[in-house]
Write a protein that binds this ligand. Structure first.
Ligand code: NDP
Length: 327
């Protein structure tokens, strides 16, 4: 028997419970992983609360991330005892995911846990942190250097935001953190933000072109915030868009793109190819220390997952929540 969070749907109504499953109920796939840790991402919050149609098949074990040890494998790439992690690939959406003591998955979805990280630290990073690293990689690949000016990070106290600040600070960038949690100024500065602004400054409709402030932006909020961030980006500046915490809409004009040569870079973590994933994890392994990971993360057990899911969609979580599936 193994414990798992299970989402079911009956007569159109979704329910979530901590279930005892037989191992034989796991989906058929080549690699069985003894999961040690998972983590709560915003998308897991949407799946468990049913706020957005993230889950495509019922019943579903949610959890888009997992880290653990290979128990059995018929894939040539993995052997029993290998330390592995998984981010995305539709796991926790269309294939049973990480909020369980075991998972059965495809070998191509797995990658090695970097030597410098424990499973718990890998999940303190999780999809949110790996996406932050994809954002920083995209900015650097498009020519961003610290001398170009300030970098704005929106949704700063969230998972993507917190890791983005730590990575950018380590790479020598000056960061301005936009947050709704103005009491978290010390937390954001300890991660490496130089200044903290109230997210209300960016949340309301603004002019198509505004005072040029940012050499680059890491945005996980979308909607009006992303529109204003683009309108405030300097000539030939860069904006990465990866999230929708404020909204899925983008009420902007083309002015920043055609008059200031601003580039908007879309970031997807779920189906990102290996040639983007590996450098992102290499950056995390190189630039994130244990102290930063401890600062951003808290640990909960499987039974607390439904409550944490409510909290993340309500914007009440700071940093990252790691799930000890055996806790
Ligand atoms: P979190 O919930 O940890 O962080 C989101 C943060 O956004 C909150 O902490 C809050 O920060 C801010 N926020 C919340 N509600 C609002 C609002 N109404 N208006 C403005 N700001 C708000 O989530 P993650 O960091 O894990 O994910 C952030 C976003 O990125 C999500 O939309 C997620 O779906 C998306 N994402 C996309 C990925 C991809 O592949 N493209 C991968 C990973 C995440 P504060 O209080 O500091 O303002």
């Amino acid at each position: 028997m193994l414990k798992a969070i299970l989402i079911s749907k009956q007569d159109g109504a979704q329910s979530v419970r901590l279930a005892d499953l037989e191992e034989s109920e796991l989906p058929d796939a080549p690699v069985t992983v003894r999961v040690e840790y998972s983590t709560i991402n915003y998308k897991d919050g949407l799946a468990i609360t049913g706020k957005s149609p993230v889950v495509r098949k019922f019943p579903m074990v949610p959890g888009i991330d997992l880290a653990g040890v290979v128990e059995k494998s018929t894939s040539d790439a993995w052997r029993s005892g290998d330390r592995v992690l998984l981010n995305g690939w539709g796991v926790g959406e269309g294939h049973w995911g990480g909020f369980a003591q075991k998972a059965r998955v495809n070998g191509e979805w797995l990658q090695r846990v970097p030597e410098s990280f424990t499973s718990r630290q890998a999940m303190a990073i999780g999809t949110a942190g790996y996406t932050a690293s994809l954002c920083v990689d995209a900015l650097v690949r498009h020519g961003l250097t610290p001398d170009k000016g300030d970098v704005l990070v929106t949704g700063a106290s969230g998972g993507v935001g917190s890791v983005a600040i730590a990575l950018l600070a380590r790479a020598g960038f000056k960061i301005v953190a936009s947050t709704g949690k103005t009491n978290e100024g010390d937390y954001l500065k300890a991660l490496g933000a130089r200044d903290v602004i109230d997210r209300n400054e960016l949340a309301q409709p603004g002019k198509p072109l505004q005072k040029e402030r940012w050499a680059a932006v890491v945005d996980s909020v979308g909607s009006q915030t992303l529109a204003n961030a683009c309108a405030q980006t300097r000539y030939r500046g860069l904006v990465t868009a990866c999230g929708l915490a404020q909204g899925m809409d983008f009420p902007a004009s083309v002015a920043p793109f055609i008059l200031r040569g601003v580039s908007l870079l879309g970031i997807d973590s779920v189906m990102a190819p290996r040639e983007l994933r590996q450098p992102a994890w290499d950056r995390l392994a190189r630039d994130l220390d244990a102290a930063s990971l401890d600062r951003i993360s808290t640990v909960i057990g499987l039974a607390e997952v439904p409550n944490a899911a409510q909290n993340i969609v309500s914007g009440r979580i700071r940093g990252r929540v790691v799930v000890d599936v055996n806790g």
